[in-house]
Design a binder for this molecule. Structure first.
Ligand code: FE2
Length: 267
């Protein structure tokens, strides 16, 4: 099973750019690239920050783009999203009983759990939260997994990666999440940081995926949460195997690296 994961789309009003990058052009480029290179993908995942503060009509324009995909799409909101506007544009996308954009889907070997970490009262700093209703739903999703390995997708990391600014606006009160997740989740797939990071936390493997648009610089000193750099855009490719989870990241915007060459001595 192969999944394509697009994180932090930040779709703007038409013509508006972010540090010179047009997010809509990036989305089109990412979708075209992924469909050409990975026609065997069975699901696409949008990992939050679908829009850049929800310009009017942006979710509807996104829905029109996604309607051309031949496979299902699972999505979650991020701190730059408007849950009501998202739900209005995607009326068929599943939500949990309390109305959050949380859902799950099962494969033969895995349960994919999508958590909505958009704070109830929008945090001016853009931190994320999981209220008791969402945590209860998450606990039931874990209880129902049976023998399937659980992969959790959420926008805000419930962990600190050493970026002083962004670590302050991750998932607030992550203890509630870990009280349920520890020892029961095979892998976490995260966004929000606009940078590729991987490791383990609470004995659980995690991967943070880059944005398809602008990235964060590798800066472990600055406390700002608004640092941006025009490093290449990327999307993630996740392979679900009975033995485990493999996560790739492809810088799909790199076009000047020349053709694939062969070195007889092996790489
Ligand atoms: Fe973002």
């Amino acid at each position: 099973m192969k999944l394509i994961v697009l994180s932090d789309l930040h779709l703007t009003a038409p013509g508006e750019t972010i540090i010179g990058i047009d997010p809509w052009a990036r989305l089109d480029q990412a979708l075209a690239h992924a469909q050409q290179v990975h026609p065997d993908a069975t699901r696409y995942v949008l990992l939050g920050d679908l829009t850049h503060d929800a310009p009017p009509g942006s979710y509807e324009r996104l829905a029109a783009r996604l309607a051309r995909l031949p496979v299902p799409v699972s999505m979650i909101p991020g701190n730059h999203d408007d849950r009501a506007a998202l739900r209005a544009a995607f009326p068929d996308h599943p939500v949990c009983g309390a109305g959050f954009v949380q859902s799950l889907t099962d494969t033969e070997t895995h349960r994919l759990v999508f958590l909505d970490t958009l704070a109830d009262a929008p945090d001016p700093r853009h931190a994320g939260a999981l209220c008791p209703a969402r945590l209860d739903w998450f606990a039931r999703a874990l209880d129902g997994a049976g023998n399937r390995k659980v992969v959790v997708f959420m926008h805000h990391p419930p962990l600190a990666v050493g970026f002083p600014g962004m670590d302050r606006i991750g998932l607030l009160d992550a203890a509630g999440f870990w009280a349920r997740a520890r020892g029961r989740v095979a892998h976490l797939v995260l966004g929000h940081l606009h940078r590729t990071v991987s490791g383990t936390w609470q004995d659980t493997g995690f991967t943070v995926l880059k944005s398809i648009t602008h990235q964060s610089p590798l800066n472990m000193h600055d406390t700002s949460t608004g640092l941006c750099v025009a490093e290449p855009g990327a999307y993630g490719i996740i392979l679900l195997r009975p033995e485990g989870v493999v996560v790739h990241s492809d810088d799909f915007t790199l076009t000047d690296i020349g053709p694939v060459q062969s070195d007889a001595r092996s790489v």
